[in-house]
Design a protein around this ligand. Structure first.
Ligand SMILES: Nc1ncnc2c1ncn2[C@@H]1O[C@H](COP(=O)(O)OP(=O)(O)O)[C@@H](O)[C@H]1O
Ligand SMILES: [Mg+2]
Length: 283
């Protein structure tokens, strides 16, 4: 089932000369885990905003053509409110996402539910279940500002999840996190994906996309340059370099061995594949 569809969508920020999304065409199915790659300024955030209706409703610019359909709703004819029950977004800075309205993590997560018409009795249940799902239940009485970056990002995720969106967008969610926080966020996101959520994640951390994504969409200049499996995209070192992305060290290792005719199989994108390939090389 298609939950996101871009039909030749073109978007232009007023201040810019060029279009920022230049005719994007693609479909994303329910339950897919999609990674977005591309150099800075290539349109990744504009793409995410177009899914949740920030483009066109809250951004200074104009739709120059095409449509975006989210779970059956045309974003241009729908309000941000309607879309927000289907799509939730988590941004790079965990702190800036906190409303500060709640003294505790529990209150912070509750805040998003306040104006949604969910009955009080139901609210408590939902909050408890979401806090358990993201692993914050034990910390629920703590201040959201006094936990680690990874945990703070989980508060952001919980605040979005409590609204029960089908689609979760994460725009560089681990940009400010240390390796432990990054791992925690990615494994939580994968768990949510296994439970059926559609995931769209912008990240430069290729090693996590190699492990978790079903599909990678590479953007440049507001266009989809390539759309394929992690293996297809991450092993194409020329494509990555052309688009200002550093290939993974394990892939470069395989490539170096291939030049010496020692590597016969597909280039590795994970440490596991590199180890398996190296066994054949040293045999
Ligand atoms: N609010 C805005 N007003 C004008 N131009 C913008 C605005 N936001 C982004 N842009 C421009 O749109 C292009 C795409 O930006 P963006 O989607 O943020 O790229 P990315 O997320 O890939 O770094 C960039 O050239 C950027 O400078
Ligand atoms: Mg961005």
């Amino acid at each position: 089932m298609t939950v996101i569809e871009f039909k030749d969508f073109k978007w232009h920020y007023f201040e810019r000369e060029e279009h920022d999304l230049q005719g994007v065409n693609l479909k994303i199915k329910k339950g897919e885990f999609v990674g977005l790659l591309g150099p800075s300024g290539s349109g990744k955030t504009a793409f995410c905003y177009s899914i949740m209706g920030v483009v066109p409703h809250l951004s200074q610019g104009r739709v120059k053509g095409g449509k975006v359909i989210i779970d059956g709703l045309d974003t241009q004819d729908s309000s941000i409110g309607e879309l927000s029950s289907r799509v939730g977004i988590i941004m790079q800075s965990p702190k800036s996402q906190l409303t500060g309205a709640g003294l505790t993590i529990e209150e912070e997560v509750a805040f998003g539910l306040e104006n949604t018409g969910v009955p009080r009795s139901e609210m408590g249940k939902r909050i408890k279940s979401v806090l358990k799902r993201v692993g914050l239940y034990e910390l629920r009485k703590r201040s959201p500002f006094e936990v680690s970056g990874g945990q703070m990002q989980k508060v952001g995720i919980a605040s979005v999840l409590v609204l029960e969106p089908k689609i979760l967008i994460l725009d560089e969610p681990t940009g400010y996190l240390d390796p432990g926080g990054t791992e925690a966020v990615f494994s939580l996101v994968k768990k949510l994906n296994n439970q059926g959520k559609t995931i769209i994640i912008v990240t430069h951390k290729l090693e996590y996309l190699a492990r978790y994504a079903d599909r990678i969409i590479l953007f440049n200049n507001g266009r989809v340059v390539r759309d394929g499996s992690p293996q297809e995209i991450l092993s194409d070192t020329k494509l990555l370099k052309r688009n200002k992305i550093d290939p993974l060290p394990v892939t470069l290792l395989g490539e170096a061995l291939k030049k010496k005719r020692k590597w016969k199989q597909e280039l590795p994108i994970t440490v596991k594949e590199a180890v398996e390939g190296l066994r054949k090389v040293v045999k």
